[in-house]
Design a protein around this ligand. Structure first.
Ligand SMILES: [Zn+2]
Length: 305
């Protein structure tokens, strides 16, 4: 464990100084529980005040996902958007009932770098409180919309710790549209802040043509053939890192409504939606899974930080 000297953690310090942990040997399957209209950075996006007026498909799709997880007997991590939890509390309860890990995706789905530290703290505190009240258990994990932790948000970890979170899975260790920390640490690591420690589990990437690429969620998971995803997953595990898969409920529903966007974004957002369910089922069959909490407990009992 390294205690950083500066009270406000600089993201660049995190990249170069954070220690790494050993081989976890397992994968973590995560779901960012949000609706079809929560796609980011579009020219015309509905405001949070309009969300209630839009048709919703998150409930139907999330229940369908829960069925897949139950069939495969896999415990996953559900990063609930606070707004979704508030509007559909039964989804949180159903996930708790099945023994899944409950975590937070913030309340308003705002990119971290578009908020001030105070706005960010308010957003993540609100979602934590709402989800905890419904789940009846502490919520200690967070994932940022669009993995939007950048060099411009050096206060990120400190605010998370202040809100009472203990782990995070938001750092994309490479260049990316909404965020990313170039040359970021690819391994899980501990980040000390003035308000306590955050365990960071970065988004999994594998190098393709020298570029860190995530085959384990989003457009690449839908676009890449299953054999390639499986090979890349094994490569990440072989490098001593857990593979963290991420999906959204809308991605198993080719019939969900579409947002207006340019052709490139349209391709990235909607390509191969009809393949996602099959890929998820196959991944759950081919790999063994754990949860963030289980890894944290394992570390604490072995004294590794
Ligand atoms: Zn999201």
């Amino acid at each position: 464990m390294i205690t950083l000297e500066k009270p406000m953690l600089d993201a660049r310090e995190y990249q170069s100084r954070a220690p790494t942990h050993g081989n976890e040997g397992k994968c973590i399957f995560t779901v960012d529980v949000e609706d079809w209209f929560h796609i980011l950075a579009l020219p015309r996006m509905p405001d949070v005040s309009e969300w209630n007026t839009l048709p919703s498909c998150v409930s139907r799709n999330f229940h369908a996902m829960l069925e897949i997880f139950r069939d495969r007997q896999v415990q996953v991590t559900c990063f609930f958007l606070g707004w979704v939890a508030e509007r559909f509390p039964e989804l949180v309860k159903a996930a708790v009932e099945q023994g899944h890990e409950i975590a937070s995706h913030g309340y308003s789905h705002t990119l971290v770098y578009q908020m001030t530290p105070a706005q960010f703290l308010a957003d993540i505190s609100k979602s934590k409180r709402i989800i905890e009240d419904i789940a009846g258990m502490p919520v200690i994990g967070y994932r940022a919309p669009g993995f939007s932790v950048t060099q411009d948000t050096p206060w990120f970890f400190e605010q998370l710790a202040q809100a009472g979170y203990r782990f995070d899975s938001s750092v994309f260790p490479g260049p990316r549209q909404h965020g990313g920390l170039i040359a970021g640490n690819r391994h899980p690591s501990s980040v000390e802040t003035a308000h306590g420690r955050i365990e960071e589990f970065p988004i999994s990437v594998a190098s393709m043509l020298g570029r860190p690429t995530c085959f384990f969620g989003g457009g690449y998971l839908r676009l890449a053939p299953y054999g390639l995803i499986k090979r890349m997953s094994k490569r990440v595990l072989g490098e001593g890192r857990p593979v963290i898969f991420y999906v959204h409920p809308r991605e198993i529903d080719p019939a969900h409504p579409r947002m207006a966007m340019n052709p490139v974004r349209r391709f990235k957002s909607y390509v191969n939606l009809d393949t996602t369910r099959r890929k998820i089922e196959q991944l759950l069959k081919d790999f063994s899974f754990t949860t963030f909490n289980a890894l944290l407990s394992q570390r604490e009992s072995s004294g590794v930080h």
